[in-house]
Design a protein. Structure first.
Length: 116
């Protein structure tokens, strides 16, 4: 499937509206990793993202913060994910898509239906 320039522009404009103007490629990779895990009904923890994407824990935490409620630079995050403390160990957190995150996943699946 090939994009026309106008479809690309629409897609990336919508992507930016969800993730913010400064959405970096790492942040998009983190979101796609979470989206894929939810698609397969997997429970994903912070360490799992770092391992799957071969990222250091600092980069992973920074990107998860930006996708969550608060960006590491003390500004509002994208709010497409939420970190839920595990009952067995409150230091460990699972990652879930919010409704806004599920809407973004639907948008990505609409424009890029062959992503598996």
């Amino acid at each position: 499937m090939y994009f026309t320039e106008s479809k690309q522009l629409v897609f990336f404009t919508k992507l930016q509206s969800y993730l913010g103007d400064s959405a970096q490629i790492e942040r998009i990779k983190v979101f796609l990793c979470i989206m894929d895990a939810e698609r397969h009904s997997e429970t994903l923890e912070v360490n799992d993202v770092a391992e799957r994407l071969d990222m250091c824990s600092a980069s992973t935490s920074r990107n998860l913060s930006a996708l969550g409620d608060w960006h590491y630079r003390q500004k509002e995050g994208s709010k497409v994910i939420t970190l839920v403390p595990m009952l067995s160990d409150r230091r460990r957190k699972t990652i879930k898509l919010t409704q806004k995150g599920r809407d973004l996943a639907d948008l990505i699946n609409t424009y890029l239906p062959n992503i598996k």
